[in-house]
Design a protein around this ligand. Structure first.
Ligand SMILES: Nc1ncnc2c1ncn2[C@@H]1O[C@H](COP(=O)(O)OP(=O)(O)O)[C@@H](O)[C@H]1O
Ligand SMILES: [Mg+2]
Length: 280
């Protein structure tokens, strides 16, 4: 059986809310699916024939040595690059050709390996921008001060306040991002992604550069995002203790290909995975 055709494994929890059935989606469609994806940069094959499913409600980790193609996969899922082969499906829709700026409106949000925030803007401003990009804001309506827009604006504020509370950002809400320590900027980036109310959240090395206390806190938040907000998470991460504590399944990448898919304990004890990491 191919990796893509495997049934769901692990204890994915049933989401409590924040999900939406896609109209017209085939009943058996995977929540998210990469089908035979390929991506080349000149002669470098960054991604080779990669297929995997993400089940609704799970936390799926993607691990692998540097250069394995993990970030490239997230870039294909969020339309930063066109795949040279294959397709990407979300909630039963083929999103392979959706314009990059529309991805967030489709319910997918991400963070970046190198934090991407508006450094001169405050924490709240960054979160509000996350909302507007997701199509929750309407600038013309705001100028006309329409009641429907006032309601939407109140909803936006309420959602942003929820995220600020969830991620303990109240003390820094009005501070410019550039003034904040690295660990806090990483949390702001996570908050900005959550402010858009995604149904799928993609995180690129969320724990890199964090100290052990910050990493433990991040693990709690990812568990809350899954259990309380009902958001499905795909997380590229090197920290195996974080992966083991929050992920139900792990996709192991090596040299652009999927080496194996399994539960955290299975991949950690797999000889192929160990040798990929040791370069043997
Ligand atoms: N924009 C790019 N231009 C050229 N080569 C790239 C680009 N992005 C990634 N690559 C190459 O693709 C391969 C996979 O990179 P990447 O997806 O960043 O790996 P990972 O995130 O697993 O460390 C590497 O060989 C890398 O040098
Ligand atoms: Mg990377």
């Amino acid at each position: 059986m191919s990796a893509a055709a495997r049934p769901p494994e692990g204890g994915a929890r049933v989401p409590l809310g924040g999900t939406r059935e896609a109209e017209g989606a085939p009943v058996n469609a995977a929540f998210f699916e990469a089908r035979g994806l390929g991506l080349s940069f000149g002669g470098v094959k960054a991604v080779r024939d990669v297929s995997f499913n993400v089940e609704q409600g799970e936390v799926l980790a993607i691990i692998g040595p540097n250069g394995a193609g993990k970030t490239s996969l997230l870039n294909l899922a969020t339309r930063v690059f066109d795949p040279s082969k294959g397709s990407v499906h979300f909630e039963g829709r083929d999103i392979t050709r959706v314009p990059r700026h529309d991805i967030v409106r489709h319910g997918i949000a991400r963070t970046f390996q190198n934090i991407e925030l508006f450094e001169g803007a405050t924490v709240l401003e960054n979160l509000l921008l996350g909302r507007h990009r997701a199509g929750h804001g309407n600038l013309l309506g705001q100028m006309l001060n329409l009641p429907s827009v006032q309601r939407a604006e109140a909803q936006t504020r309420a959602r942003v306040e929820d995220v600020v509370r969830l991620l303990d950002l109240a003390p820094v809400r009005n501070r410019p991002v550039a003034e904040l320590p690295y660990g806090v900027r990483k949390v702001v980036e996570l908050a900005r992604a959550l402010a858009s109310e995604p149904r799928l959240l993609l995180l690129d090395e969320p724990a890199s550069g964090l100290n052990p206390d910050e990493t433990r806190q991040l693990a709690c938040w990812i568990a809350d995002i899954q259990a309380e907000l009902g958001i499905t998470v795909v997380m590229v991460e090197h920290d195996m203790s974080l992966v083991s504590s929050v992920a139900q399944r792990v996709v192991v990448m090596d040299q652009g290909s999927v080496l194996m898919i399994g539960k955290p304990a299975e991949v950690q004890s797999d000889a192929r995975v160990i040798s990929a990491y040791l370069g043997a």
